[in-house]
Design a protein around this ligand. Structure first.
Ligand SMILES: CC(C)(COP(=O)(O)OP(=O)(O)OC[C@H]1O[C@@H](n2cnc3c(N)ncnc32)[C@H](O)[C@@H]1OP(=O)(O)O)[C@@H](O)C(=O)NCCC(=O)NCCS
Length: 380
């Protein structure tokens, strides 16, 4: 039997409209655009609308991914939603996503903080490679804004909300996850966590304390997380490349978790790779947790920074402390078709945009000429 690979055949993203800039944050906490920019690289982030939940985000990024893969929700065999900010504490958000999409398959939430989506991608690939499933939707969604304390300048400047999805399908040609590493070091749990509202501090018993001490919000030991992240990003990426027998020069693009530009710069230095081989979009979105790596992947494809046949390395890290890396080969076939359609779509949009501008300019000139002629006639 030929080997079976799990190929990415569709992708989509969703970011909410509301933008929270560094200038906005200057009015909320004791911070400056200069501090945020130089310490993190972040300029703005997106924040969910008042009634938008993780399930809504997930559906909005999933639908274009399904369409691109040429399947409907009914064709799905499994939905995995990497998410640590679900609609409800119980049940996980995946079942709500399954219902809203109208899918008829199993669905589960994978809560592994910012590493969640890479964990989910690797997990989904196993089902397809084993031959037990054919169509899997892998979503990364987080609405970190609802769990962040907007009186705590050390955390609130870092995070934003987003969702991104991919569809995985079987392929006989090499494609998808080639090698991976899933890591966990629970000794660092208190470096990045929400102390209250779990079984350690149930709301019913500790409600008042949770509110007074703001224990229902994300707490972070920034320096410890920073050290862990700089250590992990380059070393884990190197290990997955080694496992695949690849050198950094064989890689078209590194797609790191978008937590802090300084963390990415440090990895680039350690790997002796130019920074422009690293996908960076954190200036627009901040750290979107489980959505971070898939959102960067989708935008990298949209911007033509990686294409069919390219090998990319992804690495996410975060609460737990956890990390997950993968070397991924962007396959041909549907992906190349999808990519061509996407490119055609972009060219068409650009052409339509240019034509619209030309027509508007023409009409404006006509109006100006008419106005000028009237003015001259009046003057005579
Ligand atoms: C959070 C982070 C940006 C802080 O940068 P840093 O250079 O380590 O800054 P420090 O924590 O040493 O703080 C330096 C000073 O800036 C202050 N500061 C912290 N946040 C600030 C803000 N938003 N605006 C202005 N000053 C701030 C601190 O209070 C401290 O002041 P002090 O020297 O008077 O005590 C950095 O540690 C980081 O990115 N850590 C990793 C976070 C992360 O990625 N988390 C998610 C992982 S998934």
């Amino acid at each position: 039997m030929p080997e079976r690979y799990a190929k990415i055949t569709g992708w989509g993203k969703y970011v909410p409209e509301r933008v929270l800039t560094n200038a906005d944050l200057e009015k909320m906490v004791d911070t400056t655009d200069e501090w945020i920019t130089t310490r993190t690289g972040i300029k703005e982030r997106r924040i969910r609308g008042e009634n938008e939940q993780a399930s809504d985000f997930s559906v909005k990024s999933a639908l274009p991914a399904l369409q691109m893969a040429g399947i409907t929700p009914k064709d799905l065999d499994l939905i995995i939603v990497a998410c640590s900010s679900p609609d409800y504490l119980v049940p996980g958000v995946a079942t709500i996503v399954q219902h809203k999409l109208g899918a008829q398959c199993g669905a589960f939430q994978l809560a592994s903080g910012c590493s969640g989506w890479v964990y989910a991608l690797v997990t989904a690939s196993q089902f397809i490679q084993a031959g037990s499933m054919n169509n899997i939707l892998v979503i990364g969604t987080d609405l970190v804004s609802y769990g962040v304390d907007y009186t705590d300048r050390t955390t609130c400047v870092l995070f934003g909300d987003a969702s991104a999805s991919v569809v995985l399908q079987p392929s006989e040609e090499p494609a998808g996850v080639i090698t991976y590493e899933l890591g966990s070091d629970g000794s660092g749990v208190h470096h990045l966590y929400v102390p209250g509202a779990g079984s350690v501090m149930p709301i019913g018993k500790y409600g008042e304390r949770l509110i007074n001490e703001r224990l229902g919000y994300l707490k972070m030991n920034g320096q410890e997380v920073f050290k862990f992240a700089t250590r992990t990003l380059s070393s884990s990426m190197k290990r997955v490349m080694d496992k695949a027998g690849l050198l950094p020069d064989d890689i078209a693009l590194f797609i790191p978790h978008q937590a802090n530009l300084r963390i990415i710069e440090s990895a680039a230095r350690m790997m002796r790779q130019p920074l422009d081989k690293f996908m960076i979009n954190l200036q627009k979105y901040g750290n979107t947790s489980a959505a971070s790596v898939p959102l960067a992947l989708v935008e990298a494809i949209e911007e033509g920074r990686c294409k069919v046949g390219d090998k990319v390395v992804m690495c996410a890290f975060g609460a737990g402390l956890t990390w997950a890396s993968a070397v991924v080969l962007l396959g041909s076939g549907e992906v190349s078709l999808a990519h061509s359609w996407l490119s055609l779509g972009r060219i068409a949009r650009r052409t339509v945009g240019k034509a619209r501008d030309a027509v508007q300019n023409f009409l404006l000139n006509m109006q100006l000429r008419r106005y000028e002629a009237k003015r001259k006639a009046k003057a005579r």
